[in-house]
Structure formats: structure tokens, C-alpha cells
Write a protein that binds this ligand. Structure first.
Ligand code: ADP
Length: 437
């Protein structure tokens, strides 16, 4: 048993610390990858924006080459084109062609340089501070219909043409579709990996639990079987018929051990059965004192065996009633008593009941080994056993308190623990006085 406990504590330690590291490292990696991905998306957006601007400028230059709009020998082309804000471009024109001609050539230039989004064209006349005329070029694959816009006037003392791209941002984002899709795919893959990691780890965790359970199970059943085997050998001895006292003694041992095994099997079955569904609770008004006395009576053989002292300092007039499922609540008390007996060297157990803030409590207090604070929150987990190095010979499955918790949960109650290592433990079951079913 000693090695079993040592193995348990080590594996418990491995479990929680490995899991913590795994989750931490995986989270940091995921955040890092996402940050890098966001950084790249931003970069690609800036790049696409620049490309768009360059292509518009190239188209305008193309237009200058197609038509003699200005005397390009006198001024450098670059000085003729302005970019007053993100969606607008303007360029100087001296000799005026018809608007249709300009729109026709511009459309071709924009197409040639892959500026495939709609554009409003405004013709500005320096003599008249408003736009003389406007036109709209719809790109070949455009999904938009032209909407009326008031082009913003930029004051200049020469004529110019203003290009306003109303869907510039959407167009650039569309160009980035591939990047968005690949980022989403990467994100999905990362989530998938995290989920797989989680299931893989849980599988391993369950396998460990199963291993522990089989270990405990073997220990729990080995001792009674060994005792029964020895008793059977004694009973098979021919001389036993002449020793009726001895015969009775060994027959009783066999009976007790059989009873013990039967109880254990019954408990396991009950837990396995109740595992699949909620506990079936049939509530009745139950006198708590009677319930406690019955539970103690059930534990009498173990109490005698351990030479334990059990006191129930409850006055008759304190025999309060609680609305509960009698069999289940009794089983909960039996489990607490069994633990109090198991985890105390010279058990002195006090069982009390009473009212507390409108609720009814049942308290089982022992003078046993106690439970360190850090383990207290895990006690009610299935298969959990405190990894203690002090007591090696206490058998159990780590199922008792889990079952107690499920019973109390089904009654909408709570459990409080008061425990000091080396001094003792008190488990307090708190049930609502009026239970709504
Ligand atoms: P087990 O079958 O191991 O007793 P339980 O679920 O009943 O399983 O209890 C879980 C663990 O809680 C035990 O292994 C033991 O370490 C600790 N424990 C429960 N009751 C007591 C108690 N009265 N005193 C000290 N430790 C206790």
C-alpha cells in the first residue's frame, strides 16, 4: 500500500504540473502565432494600399501620355498629381478635352493597371469654384450602382480632374481575401490542435485514474480473500469437529468477510448505477436523531473492531426532522462514519445535529489524522485520495466522499469541512430545512 500511495502522490503531482505547463505553453504559442498573423495582415494591408495608390498614379500618367492634357515638358509629371486624402486623387489639366474622351481613356488606363473598382470623376474649373461636371466609371466586375456624391472641392488656381474611389477600402480588403482565408484556416487548425491536445491529455488522465482504481480495487479485495482462505483451511482440518468454539470462530470470520465483500461490491454497483443518471431521491420527513443512530448501528462491527468511542450528544427534544431521502442520507452518514473510523488511530467520534441559519446540519467529528487545507477542495472528486505518507494501510477507492457529495447535491445542500492535520476532522452536512423537490 505504501508504494501505492507514493506512486499516487507522484502521479498526482505529474498530472497537475504537466497539465499546467502544457496549457501555459500552448496558450503562449497560440497568442504568439495570432499576434504574428495580425502583424502580417496589417503589413499586407499597407502593401495593398500602396500598390493601389501606385497603380492609380500609373493610370494617370498613362492618361497624360494618351492625351496632351498639359505641357509636360514644362512641369514634372509627379508635380501634377496630388493625393489629398486616401480616397481622392487629383491631377492638373490645362487643355480641356471632352469629358467623355477623358472618361474613356481613363477607364482603359485604370483597367490596364488593375484598378478594378468604381470611380467618380470630377472636372474642376478654376474659374468656377464648383465641379463643372461629374462622371462615374463602373468597374467591369463592380457590384455597386453609382450613388450620388458631393465631391469635396480642393481649391486650386488651375483646372484639375478629381478621382474619388468610393469603395477603395472594400476593394483592397477583397484583394486580401486569400490572406483572411489562410488566417482563418490557421486559426481553425490551432483550435483543432488545442482540442486534440486536451482530449489526448484527458485520455491519459483517465487511463491513470483507471490504473489507480485497479490498484485500490485489488488491495481492497485481497485482504478479505486471504483471511477467508486461511479460515477455510482451518475449517477443512479434520480435527475442527472436535473444537466447536474454534469452528464457530472461523465460520464467523468467513461470514464477516463475505459480508464485507458483499457491502463493497454493493457500493461499487450503486455508484456505477447512479453514475449514469441523477440520484433518484424520494423525500420524506425523517427524524435526524433516529437516522444517525441507525447509521451508527450499521457501523457497529467496525466500531468494535477499532475499539472506537462514538457519542451522539443529542437530546430527545432536539430530534429535529429533515425532508430527505432516508436511505441515501443514511448512506452519506455511514460513509462519513466509516472515514472517521478509518482515518483515526484511536477513534473518538462525535455526531451531532442542529439548526444553523435556517438550515439543518449533521456533523461528524473525529480526532483522526486530519486533512491539509490544500487537499480539501479535491476530496469530493471521484477516485481522489489524499496523497499521505503517514498512513499507508488505509484502504479505499476514493469514491465515498464523492458519493456523499452527490447525495447532498441532490438534496440541494452543502458540505463544510473543518480539519486540522493531527487534530481531527469535522464534516458538516447542511440541508435546507424546507426542501423543494
Ligand atoms: P476513501 O475510500 O479513500 O476513504 P473517500 O472519498 O471516502 O475515499 O475519501 C477521500 C479521501 O479523503 C481519503 O482517501 C482520505 O485521504 C480523506 N479523508 C476522508 N475522510 C477523512 C477523515 N475523516 N480524516 C482524514 N482524512 C479523510
Amino acid at each position: 500500500m505504501g508504494s501505492n500511495f507514493a506512486y499516487r502522490s507522484l502521479s498526482d503531482f505529474m498530472r497537475s504540473s504537466t497539465l499546467r505547463w502544457l496549457v501555459l505553453v500552448a496558450s503562449i504559442l497560440i497568442i504568439l502565432i495570432l499576434a504574428v498573423q495580425l502583424f502580417w495582415l496589417n503589413k499586407v494591408y499597407s502593401f495593398e494600399q500602396k500598390t493601389f495608390n501606385t497603380n492609380v498614379v500609373k493610370s494617370i500618367r498613362g492618361l497624360y501620355e494618351d492625351l496632351d492634357l498639359v505641357d509636360t515638358r514644362a512641369i514634372h509629371l509627379q508635380d501634377l498629381i496630388e493625393h489629398p486624402n486616401t480616397d481622392n486623387f487629383l491631377f492638373r489639366v490645362d487643355s480641356l478635352y471632352s469629358e467623355d474622351t477623358i472618361a474613356f481613356y481613363l477607364k482603359h488606363e485604370l483597367n490596364d493597371f488593375d484598378v478594378l473598382t468604381d470611380v467618380h470623376i470630377g472636372y474642376y474649373n478654376a474659374g468656377n469654384p464648383n465641379f463643372k461636371n461629374t462622371a462615374y466609371i463602373t468597374a467591369a466586375a463592380s457590384r455597386y450602382s453609382p450613388d450620388a456624391v458631393n465631391l469635396s472641392v480642393v481649391k486650386r488656381n488651375y483646372n484639375y480632374i478629381l478621382l474619388y474611389f468610393p469603395h477603395r477600402k472594400k476593394y483592397i480588403l477583397q484583394q486580401m481575401n486569400f490572406w483572411f482565408i489562410s488566417s482563418a484556416a490557421l486559426f481553425i487548425v490551432l483550435i483543432g490542435l488545442a482540442v486534440m491536445l486536451f482530449f489526448f491529455y484527458r485520455q491519459r488522465f483517465l487511463a491513470e485514474i483507471q490504473k489507480d482504481f485497479v490498484n485500490n480495487f485489488t488491495h481492497e479485495f485481497k485482504t478479505p480473500l486471504a483471511v477467508m482462505k486461511i479460515s477455510a483451511e482451518v475449517l477443512l482440518n479434520d480435527k475442527i469437529t472436535t473444537q466447536p468454539d474454534r469452528l464457530r470462530k472461523y465460520a464467523t470470520i468467513v461470514e464477516n468477510q463475505t459480508q464485507h465483500l458483499q457491502n463493497q461490491v454493493e457500493r461499487l454497483l450503486q455508484i456505477a448505477r447512479s453514475d449514469r443518471r441523477d440520484l433518484p431521491i424520494q423525500k420524506k420527513q425523517v427524524p435526524v436523531k433516529d437516522l444517525i443512530e441507525q447509521a451508527v448501528a450499521k457501523m457497529q462491527p467496525l466500531i468494535d473492531e477499532k475499539n472506537a468511542e462514538v457519542s451522539i450528544p443529542i437530546e430527545e427534544e432536539q430530534n429535529i426532522e429533515v425532508s430527505a431521502d432516508r436511505a441515501h442520507l443514511e448512506l452519506a452518514i455511514v460513509n462519513l462514519l466509516e472515514n472517521a473510523l478509518k482515518y483515526s488511530a484511536k477513534p473518538h467520534i462525535i455526531v451531532t445535529t442542529g439548526n444553523e441559519e435556517g438550515n439543518i446540519y449533521i456533523s461528524v467529528k473525529d480526532n483522526g489524522i486530519g486533512i491539509e487545507k490544500k487537499y480539501q477542495k479535491s476530496l469530493f472528486k471521484k477516485f481522489y485520495r489524499v496523497p499521505t505518507g503517514d498512513v499507508h494501510n488505509v484502504k479505499g477507492f476514493g469514491l465515498g466522499l464523492n458519493f456523499v457529495k452527490r447525495i447532498i447535491d441532490a438534496h440541494h445542500g452543502t458540505i463544510k469541512i473543518n480539519s486540522l492535520p493531527g487534530i481531527g476532522t469535522e464534516f458538516r452536512l447542511i440541508l435546507p430545512a424546507t426542501v423543494n423537490s
